[in-house]
Ligand binder design. Structure first.
Ligand code: F6P
Length: 365
């Protein structure tokens, strides 16, 4: 009888998820003694009756490496340790359904679980590992905010999309002598904003790690205007905030959604600039989920494929409780504990940040 891997994708989707799934399935089939099933919408597929699982063979994954999203669905509201359950009175209570997941894996005769997800998903993997689940993590996020891996797949695709948006905004900004503010994703990390500023060019780049001084930002923009002419591109990360201020976002109100929904700092900045005497005519673009959709660029497909292959190897070697990672440019693996120990902020000494300063990009400080 073949050994069985269960694969799942959790958290927000990200370009490259399908390339990981394909790589796990193909390497497992080529090894001969393994088969792969996928749980629909992360662990939700194991918490329904009957189970929602699909068989993943080579035919099922053919040609999916260049498709965005995930063919097995995902959710960021399905933590089995705090699962939202609607009560008779309409209110929602979170309950621990982790034991049901463990029982389901036994019933499905699963020997290894490959969980593709970000920070939140890998924390869940660690909790399950402590309960005895033979789990292996694969890091994903467009935010690049996992410190145990040099890079997550999906990030470079998001950077490419953000950079192309800057390219487009430059031509319209120049035509109208405008200030264009582009708000990009990234949660509490400024990686997408910083990379887009270096790749696309910008006068100002504001990131969560450096609270901005509105006077400095206004001055930098006004410098660009001569007798009413000039234009400026400003890139701001969704998690950025002014000095002494706080992030802009709201509680989603959705049961089981563990994050504040960020967004709106670009509009706030526009108001602050106007109130502070900014010379330019200001327009705001919020790039939003466009950064997560569509085809992954080749870099992400290649990284995702290697992560998938390595994840399968870890299953073969029974090396559980680990997450695949890119370390010093090589595909490697770390413990799940190491994987979730620290958030990957932009460090003040990072050469990308230093390069931005050297290029005259104001970081608002
Ligand atoms: O973590 C990825 C990410 O796209 C963040 O950059 C963003 O803040 C968040 O997810 C958006 O989440 P949702 O898809 O739930 O709106």
């Amino acid at each position: 009888m073949k050994k069985r891997i269960l694969i799942l994708t959790g958290g927000g989707d990200c370009p490259g998820l399908n390339a990981v799934i394909r790589a796990v399935v193909k390497s497992a089939e080529n090894a001969g003694d393994w088969e792969v099933i996928g749980s629909i919408e992360a662990y939700n597929g194991l918490l329904t009756s009957p189970f929602q699982v699909v068989s993943l063979n080579e035919l099922a994954v053919a040609g999916i490496h260049f498709r965005g999203g995930t063919i097995i669905g995902t959710t960021n509201k399905g933590d089995p340790f705090g699962f939202p359950v609607k009560q008779a009175d309409g209110s929602v209570k979170t309950v621990d359904r982790s034991q049901e997941v463990m029982t389901a894996l036994k019933q499905l005769n699963v020997q290894a679980v490959i969980s593709i997800g970000g920070d939140g998903s890998q924390k869940i993997s660690q909790q399950f590992f402590e309960m005895g689940m033979p789990v292996i993590g694969v890091p994903k996020t467009i935010d690049n905010d996992l410190s145990a891996t040099q890079m997550t797949f999906g990030f470079q695709t998001a950077v490419q999309i953000a950079t192309e948006a800057v390219d487009k905004l430059v031509t319209t900004a120049a035509s109208h002598n405008r200030v264009m503010i582009l708000e990009v994703m990234g949660r509490e990390a400024g990686w997408i904003a910083l990379h887009a500023a270096l790749g696309g060019g910008a006068e100002v780049c504001l990131i969560p790690e450096i609270p901005y001084d509105i006077d400095i930002v206004t001055e930098r923009i006004n410098e660009r205007y001569h007798a009413g002419k000039g234009f400026a591109n400003v890139i701001i990360a969704e998690g950025a905030k002014p000095k002494g201020g706080s992030i802009v976002g709201k509680e989603s109100g959705e049961a089981g959604y563990g994050h504040v929904r960020l967004g709106g700092i670009g509009y706030q900045l526009a108001e602050e600039l106007k109130a502070n005497g900014c010379q330019g005519d200001i327009r705001v673009t919020v790039l939003g989920h466009l950064q997560r959709g569509g085809v992954p660029i080749a870099f992400d497909r290649v990284l995702a494929t290697q992560f998938g292959v390595r994840a399968f190897q870890l299953a073969q070697e029974s090396k559980f409780g680990r997450m695949v990672a890119l370390v010093d440019g090589k595909i490697s693996d770390v413990t799940l504990k190491e994987a979730t120990a620290a958030y990957n902020y932009v460090h003040p000494d990072d050469f990308r940040l230093k390069s931005a300063r050297a290029m005259g990009i104001s970081l608002g400080d």
